[in-house]
Design a protein around this ligand. Sequence first.
Ligand SMILES: [Fe+2]
Length: 285
Amino acid sequence: MTLSINPLTEHIGAEVQGVDLTAPIGEETFAQLRDALYRHTLLVFHDQQITDEQQVALTGGFGTADMMLPSDPAGDGGPIAILSNLDEKGDIIPPDDSRILYTIANTLWHSDGSFRRVPLRGSLLAAKVVPPTGGETEFASACASYAMLPDEKKAELQGLVAEHSMAHSRAQIAPDLLSDEFLKDTPPVGQLVVRPIPETGAKALLVGSYAARIIGWPIEKGQALLQELLDWVTQPQFVYRHNWRVNDLLVYDNRCCLHRGRSWDRAVCKRVLHRTTLAGDGPMT
Ligand SMILES: [Fe+2]
């Protein structure tokens, strides 16, 4: 089978055809897919009716599958996170329930796991149930946007470290969303604002909802810079919006983009995505 890889926008995203992700994939094909991921940051596959087991195997072809924290409400300590507005019986959870409020933070621009000491390298999302309208996921190129910053701004950002935390992200949605155990498992961490990408030599801006402040700067000045950079990265020319179809599978290089889910009528429509993640290579600071 021949892979065909077609860019979706100038800076981010490509649609991949010619591969069945539910079948075993050879190393040569995986090498092509990893290369495409480095070049396009986001790969979109359609019509992949993939099981959780197959998704975990596929994840292993892109890197090392990471495990959820046992205290994370979206998972059970295994490799799969269920991003869903349904309870165990498959019924819709009321939108004001704390389980839903926790997931509403996904509608803020973020990089997965930037609140962890070793941030995640990538993620895979498989669409099981999607609403008829809304619920899209947007991806913004953190590399193209960095490359297009003025040189003086690049110089200003060199070496800056931002504090990221789960608590900062969830505090923007509602107070008291997180268990004491989860808060204990997720203390604030420092991440470089400009993240080097070794495979390509590119650099990526790491900002978003987990970034609380610039370490060593007055709070307000740091927050103003973080907001300015977030506004820069998420300009329309750097963004691809994905309209989900059932059995879509997306792979994204989490280091090179920010992303956010869009709202939908949560009280009426079901939406279920299964996510696996790729472990990072090591701490950045
Ligand atoms: Fe996410």
